[in-house]
Design a protein. Structure first.
Length: 196
């Protein structure tokens, strides 16, 4: 009876974990990828790779700072393999609200897509009138090898200044699921030992 009750309890925990991602933390996979943009020059000579380096404290040697020569800015991170993604977090420039991008799209790259081609991206989040320096967006999980920020309005004080793009993979609550799979074997072993 005790064995059945333990198995039932662990099965319920595993079901909850699989359904809601319980007991697992999302991982920022942006630093695993390669950052890119569509040719805009960074005013202070900052490499685009700063947008996914895991550092977003404001200073003159971190982040992306457009020269303002175009109305639209495209920044992306791509990987060499697909990931299942359901959340993107942004760090706009912390130097003041005037540098926060107002209107933008968050997009996922098509399978075998070219990040420099607009038609190879699908919008997963459409934002207008943003005033938050550190917004986070969740959406239906999408399997992709790239995430793009397409800014169409730099905000009250252009040009765009942007610090960090964080991309979160859907967590895999494998530990409890593995426990459920292994528990019947442990119970059988216990029964055999008790029978000896």
């Amino acid at each position: 009876m005790v064995h059945k009750s333990i198995l039932f309890s662990v099965t319920i925990l595993a079901a909850l974990a699989m359904a809601g991602g319980a007991y697992a933390e999302s991982t920022n996979i942006a630093p695993l990828g390669t950052a890119g943009n569509d040719g805009y020059w960074n005013v202070w000579g900052d490499p685009t790779s700063y947008i996914n380096d895991g550092v977003w404290a404001w200073n003159s040697s971190n982040g992306f700072h457009s020269d303002g020569s175009n109305d639209t800015t495209r920044l992306w991170v791509t990987w060499t393999e697909d990931y299942l993604i359901d959340e993107v977090e942004l760090w706009h420039c912390e130097a003041g609200a005037q540098y926060i991008a107002a209107d933008y799209l968050i997009q996922a790259l098509h399978a075998d897509g070219n990040p420099t081609v607009d038609g190879d991206w699908t919008t997963v989040v459409n934002v207008t009138g943003n005033t938050n320096v550190n917004p986070s967006y969740t959406f239906e999980p999408v399997t992709t090898a790239g995430i793009r920020l397409l800014v169409t309005d730099d905000g009250p004080n252009a040009p765009l200044r942007f610090e960090e793009l964080l991309v979160y993979e859907v967590p895999e609550p494998a530990s409890i699921a593995l426990l459920v799979l292994g528990l019947p074997g442990l119970l059988r072993l216990r029964r055999r030992q008790g029978a000896v």
